[in-house]
Design a protein around this ligand. Structure first.
Ligand SMILES: Nc1ncnc2c1ncn2[C@@H]1O[C@H](COP(=O)(O)OP(=O)(O)OP(=O)(O)O)[C@@H](O)[C@H]1O
Length: 265
């Protein structure tokens, strides 16, 4: 059975449809990339999948998360799914962090709620979670989010998202807000954790180079519609849709420019 099965998903605002008739599914452990330009509907799709759309927008169609229908469900019924089944890592780590709570307590919260850990067991699980994202010094557990760098905050957000051992991780442009020098380290961390835990991954990005590194299969969105999908190598080497070709060409042009700069040409 799929861990995520999206079928005919449409998201509307008062002025019209923003995501239109989107369908895709993810098997346990599978890694799927959702790509498209800014405004193509990637984030709204990921929010609809977890039932986190703002009240001003409505979803129709079907989203089955581990067999549970998300579209039309009450928030109280979705909350239990958000830890152990699916978790999102957002572009801006501060979205996920409480500015007034020390990092260690924020990581402890899902461990307590979803895994029932208490006392010494909880303390050692918090230390292990921080260790896993390479923040093992004790000062990190005691820090408030504003005392950390952007890359460290995103590591904490990843530790919180993974604490309840979700079967599906949704990463929505997880490195876009980070300095280029730390982007690679955070991607490598995500790549390792997803592989080690055998999690399914829905990876959202406008950056083809990043997506192709992280996933096996790609869905291309344009104006809220799926215009192309397939295995990553096939879509990138032989893009069928002019829109996908344009994305591939602009990624190639950037690569060539960077190569030329590196070789001093
Ligand atoms: N709360 C909202 N109310 C009305 N329209 C919205 C709302 N949120 C997003 N939109 C619109 O829906 C469309 C899709 O937005 P979405 O955030 O999913 O794009 P995206 O592909 O994730 O873009 P980006 O890469 O810039 O994050 C855009 O045209 C956006 O302006």
């Amino acid at each position: 059975m799929s861990i995520l099965d999206v079928s005919g998903l449409t998201v509307r605002s008062a002025s019209g449809a923003l995501v239109r008739d989107v369908s895709f599914s993810l098997a346990p452990g599978e890694r799927l990339g959702l790509i498209g330009e800014s405004g193509s509907g990637k984030s709204l799709t990921s929010l609809a999948v977890t039932g986190l759309l703002p009240d001003s927008l409505t979803a129709s169609g079907s989203v089955l998360l581990d067999g549970h229908q998300v579209v039309g469900a009450r928030d109280a019924d979705l909350r239990p799914l958000r830890g152990p089944v699916a978790q999102i890592v957002f572009q801006e780590p501060l979205t996920a962090l409480d500015p007034l709570m020390r990092v260690g307590r924020q990581i402890a919260e899902p461990l307590r709620r979803h895994l029932g850990l208490r006392g010494a067991e909880l303390r050692s699980a918090v230390a292990a979670a921080l260790d896993e994202v390479a923040l093992s010094e004790p000062r990190f557990a005691r820090a408030y989010p504003h005392e950390l760098s952007g890359g460290q905050r995103q590591r904490v957000a990843i530790a919180i998202a993974l604490a309840a051992q979700p079967q599906l991780l949704i990463a929505d442009e997880p490195t876009t807000a980070l300095d280029v020098t730390v982007q690679d380290a955070v991607l490598a961390l995500l790549e390792r954790l997803v592989a080690e835990r055998g999690m399914a991954l829905l990876f959202i990005s406008h950056d083809l180079a990043v997506v192709s590194r992280m996933v096996d299969r790609i869905v291309v969105l344009r104006d809220g519609l799926i215009v192309e999908e397939g295995a990553v190598a096939q879509v990138l080497q032989h893009p069928v849709e002019p829109y996908t070709r344009m994305l591939v060409d602009s990624a190639r042009a950037l690569d060539a420019f960077l190569d030329a700069k590196e070789t001093g040409a």
